[in-house]
Design a protein around this ligand. Structure first.
Ligand code: SAH
Ligand code: MG
Length: 211
């Protein structure tokens, strides 16, 4: 039986701004519930407004661990003004740049999950460099250029504990369905021999560290 969020948590997830469809969210929740048994932190790259963070936070709460979520909160390339995924309500008008941090904090507050999350504001490679410990789960959902996806893989995959999970979002084997950078790091993870595939749900791939 798959672990499922309560109707309240699911409603909070659905109400949050963001990009993760419910079906993939449920797969992430189930995977995270298994990974949380290791008792280690669950880390996300790509907080945005906290939609997927809600799920990791609720799993962490139940397991007595913590969700860590990393973002510079200035948005990815495709979220900038004039681009397909831009939302003008997440622009800091004083600075003239995107700032998803205030919306993220409201999302977590509304969901009652603030206590279970450590939010790190910064660039993923810099945070990875100063992050020492092992992780029960790494969820890569940050920048979608090859540079960003590669940095996320190289920075965070080595920190997944044995038996822990590496979850990658926006994996599209067919170029017509989307950018190829997440797909390329997914292939790299499998080819490394360090990870085996656990599940595929639309564009969400769950891999486990072997050995
Ligand atoms: N997980 C979110 C969606 C994340 S969108 C959800 O469920 O809705 C991708 C996010 O990655 C954006 O907020 C962007 O600011 C962040 N991002 C992109 N490149 C980054 C980098 N190098 N370091 C930190 N965050 C980054
Ligand atoms: Mg995504």
């Amino acid at each position: 039986m798959a672990a499922e969020p309560t109707p309240e948590i699911l409603a909070a997830f659905e109400a949050a701004k963001g990009f993760m469809p419910v079906v993939e969210g449920l797969a992430l929740y189930d995977a995270a519930t298994g990974a949380a048994k290791l008792g280690l932190p669950l880390l996300e790259v790509g907080t945005y407004c906290g939609r997927s963070t809600i799920l990791l936070a609720d799993v962490a709460r139940q397991a007595g661990t913590v969700a860590v979520t990393v973002d510079h909160h200035r948005g990815s390339e495709e979220q900038q003004p004039g681009w397909e995924y831009h939302d003008e309500t997440v622009v800091d008008s004083e600075v003239g740049r995107m700032d998803t941090l205030p919306t993220f904090r409201r999302t977590l507050h509304k969901a009652g999950l603030e206590e279970h999350v450590v939010a790190v504001v910064g660039r993923s490679p810099q945070v990875a460099k100063v992050w020492g410990g092992q992780l029960g789960l790494v969820f890569i959902d940050g920048g979608h250029t090859d540079e960003h996806a590669t940095n996320d893989y190289e920075g965070w995959a080595p920190k997944v504990a044995p038996g822990g999970l590496l979850v990658i979002h926006d994996v599209f084997p067919n170029p017509e369905d989307g950018g190829q950078a997440p797909y390329r790091i997914y292939l790299r993870a499998l080819e490394s021999g360090d990870f085996e595939e656990v599940s595929v749900t639309d564009s969400l791939r769950v891999l486990r560290r072997v050995g």
